[in-house]
Design a protein around this ligand. Sequence first.
Ligand code: FAD
Length: 409
Amino acid sequence: MDEVDVLVIGAGPAGAVSSAFLNNLKYKVLVLEKLLFPRFVIGESLLPHCMDHLDEVNFLPNVKKHGFQLKTGAAFYKGEQRLAFLFDDQLTKGWTWTWQVKRADFDHILIKTAEEQGVEVKFQCEVTSVKCSKEKQVITYKDKDGKEFTVEAKFIIDASGYGRVLPRFFNLEEPVQTPPRGAVFCHIQDSKRTNNEGENIFIHSFRNNTAWIWAIPFSNRTTSVGVVSDSDFIQELSANGGEKFLNHIRTFKDLKGRFSEEKLIFEPKEIQGYAKRAKQLFGDGYVLCGNSTEFLDPIFSSGVTLATGSGLMAAKLIHKHLQGEKVDWLNEYENILRKGIDVFRSFVLSWYNGDMQTIFFAKEINPDIKRQICSILAGYVWDENNPFVKKHKTILKTLAQVVRINEPV
Ligand code: FAD
């Protein structure tokens, strides 16, 4: 039986960053990945804060070489109204740019870089059972030919994303409170793109705040376009090969015919019920990172940044644990991670209840408030100097009320 210090399930961003960090500290790390990379996954607009994480494991030089589309901000639309945020005008002193990436390429570069640094990665190896205890963890996996193997580890990181391996095996799934939503999306050629339209992500809200459409331009003149809404509307848009969805994006008034004759790179794909939550994020000999912890909603592009951030945070604590120090996983990991997720949760809830649109599309938005909001949009959700972090549960509602009083409809 193979023995390793740390076994990582999944080679997405959370798995790549956590494995690289521990490998650099000379632990024996094995990553088991079900699929062969490059593989498709949705989630293409990064946030500047994830650059801090990529930098910490020395991934940036390899990612830079690829020439991904620079992202310097994000723009929100409602009808003819537009509000653009630029990350160089934000409260937190952090990164002012990041990238928009085809995840197949981006994730492949991250895990290849981890491999170059010394991490062992086995692709097409699916984890099928896990037994955890204080002393040792026993993992069974099967390779692409169905052959079974067992490996023993001192600690397990579950970075299996939508696979949700340990939440499923250990019955950790918890129902989410938000209504079921889905998404339909495709990649489309975008040769009519002009600089005026900007190369940053833009998001249009429509159908009375119950739906929104994203456009995430890539550097090769293709763009990711998708609609998020309640499950019924997404089903309607997805039917017959996404007929209504394609018609919608090609005639959507705010996109001004930008995609009207453009070629599809792939047929529309549908995801339903993407929101997930685990009731606990750690246990004897294991920790959950990235999407296997919780995924709420894609509106503020938080997924990859929370994946890299949680991967790094968990890896640091595993180092402490393997050094024989006591780790208070609840206070040093779960509560901190949940705090960041909760800031995004407040933003997501206020997006769907209309408060955020009221604030964004007020006649005037105070420049200081805009800077503070911009830092959340950049992923700096742990900066306690920011009132939108500290008072996230109340501040958006209060602000929207003030706008409504000052600007009655
Ligand atoms: P993943 O990237 O999902 O990687 C997990 C890996 O684990 C996979 O490669 C999988 O094959 C592997 N795995 C699964 N099961 C097993 C097993 N049994 N054994 C071995 N390996 C296994 N995020 C953003 O940051 N920006 C966005 O713009 C954005 N847009 C989104 C739009 C939509 C519609 C949705 C639904 C999500 C979006 N996200 C976005 C979220 C993003 O997709 C995820 O948050 C992100 O991929 C999480 O990364 P991860 O490393 O946790 O998991």
